[in-house]
Design a protein around this ligand. Structure first.
Ligand code: HEC
Ligand code: HEC
Length: 342
């Protein structure tokens, strides 16, 4: 009987492994689904199929529809007026503060409608501040941006959670750009000044949220909180200004576990016996050195996504792979809490 039970257990485990292999395909186990815009590890709906020649936007979820009502919309300190479909346009998105940045190249302003390649300014904003579900680009070194565009193209930078459709879209964007457009966009975003706009709060709880189709968490209009646990929940400081109006001045709040900032500081500054201090390469202020990118004060979910991608090997970096090797998920959460709070 015991022997039978043992065989049954082995059989069940094998069935389980087969089921995981089928369900997950190449999906890595994902203790940090929140960093990719999901509440749980799979199986959620998979991302739309995205082959090497799929037009970029066809790889993404259709966004939330915003019916045109013709009403003029404004933002404080902006002399521009737009309607909702202009604000949300893929091919000529609203540029609320044109006086705050140099003239943007056409690829940043318009993308290519014929290839379903959305304007960089639609997702990353004209000031390059971006949002947690994409990336901030302002002030990144030109060579670093070019190197990352090459990695996207070659398949060397993918999300560890393949449900993250807009990262697949980003890969296809890199593939559909001309060399000249890539260079112009890299120089444009690199020339912009980055400013901190993320508030990091240690807390037992976080606001109750809903998921936007693009992969951001948005506080419920009805309010309420829930236990935070071993997660970071990052939300806009003002949902309407971020989601509907795409206000490039309106920042974010990250709720991080109690005590995580001090734990993170210890690992980041000393290596905590597990890794190399981050400042060795990213600079003591973590604002980057040469072509090594700045990390201080950037979006907590963006940072976590990248650290997890390095650790899982879906984003290639010989240096960061070594750095991540011995760090646990709890270590990564603490590191991210500290780095985002700088
Ligand atoms: C559909 C929205 C979208 C558009 C349009 C878009 N991107 Fe992205 N971009 C993303 C997402 C999502 C990421 C983050 C991927 C990840 O999680 O690794 C990203 C990341 C990047 C990064 C990496 C930043 C870093 O710190 O490593 C660069 C560089 C970049 N984009 C450049 C561009 C350029 C140039 C354009 C216009 C030609 C553009 N993107 C258009 C969604 C977009
Ligand atoms: C040995 C040098 C080195 C050390 C130490 C190092 N990094 Fe990096 N890091 C890099 C390089 C180089 C890149 C750019 C990617 C590449 O070229 O491989 C990078 C990229 C990153 C990125 C991605 C940034 C982006 O824009 O997407 C993050 C996040 C990051 N590092 C965090 C950290 C943290 C946190 C630590 C400390 C625990 C750390 N790094 C330690 C060299 C290092």
């Amino acid at each position: 009987m015991r022997r039978y039970a043992g065989r049954l257990a082995v059989a069940l485990v094998s069935v389980g492994i087969a089921a995981i292999a089928v369900l997950g395909q190449d999906r890595a186990p994902d203790p940090v689904a929140w960093a990719y815009g999901f509440v749980n590890a799979g199986p959620d709906p998979s991302a739309p199929p995205c082959a090497a020649d799929t037009k970029p936007h066809d790889c993404s979820w259709p966004g939330r529809p915003w019916p045109e009502d013709g009403k003029p919309l404004r933002l404080p300190g902006s002399d521009q007026t737009y309607t909702i479909s202009q604000v949300q346009s893929f091919w000529a998105p609203a540029d609320w503060y044109p006086g705050e940045h140099p003239a943007a190249p056409d690829i940043v302003k318009f993308g290519h409608e014929k290839d379903h390649l959305r304007a960089c300014g639609h997702c990353h904003y004209f000031n390059g501040m971006g949002k947690p579900e994409n990336a901030h680009l302002a002030g990144l070194p030109v060579n670093y941006i070019l190197q990352q565009m090459d990695l996207f193209k070659s398949g060397g930078r993918k999300p560890a959670d393949p449900r993250k459709a807009n990262a697949n879209e980003m890969t296809q964007i890199a593939r559909f750009l001309t060399e000249e457009e890539t260079k112009q966009a890299a120089e444009y975003f690199s020339s912009l000044k980055w400013r901190p706009w993320e508030k990091v709060i240690e807390s037992e709880t976080a606001p109750k949220t809903r998921q936007s189709p693009a992969g951001m968490f948005l506080p419920l209009d009805s309010g309420g909180t829930e236990p935070l646990g071993e997660r970071i929940i990052e939300v806009p400081q003002d949902t309407d200004r971020t989601e509907r109006l795409r206000d490039p001045h309106s920042g974010f709040v990250a709720y991080v576990p109690m005590g995580s900032i001090a734990k993170g500081e210890e690992i980041v500054t000393s290596g905590g016996g597990k890794t190399i201090p981050c400042g060795t390469c990213h600079g003591d202020d973590l604002l980057g050195v040469g072509d090594v990118p700045p990390i201080a004060g950037r979006s907590a979910s963006y940072l976590m996504r990248q650290l997890n991608n390095f650790q899982q090997g879906t984003r290639q970096s010989p240096l960061m792979k070594g750095v991540m090797k011995k760090l646990s998920t709890e270590d990564l959460i603490s590191i991210v809490a500290y780095v985002a709070s700088r």
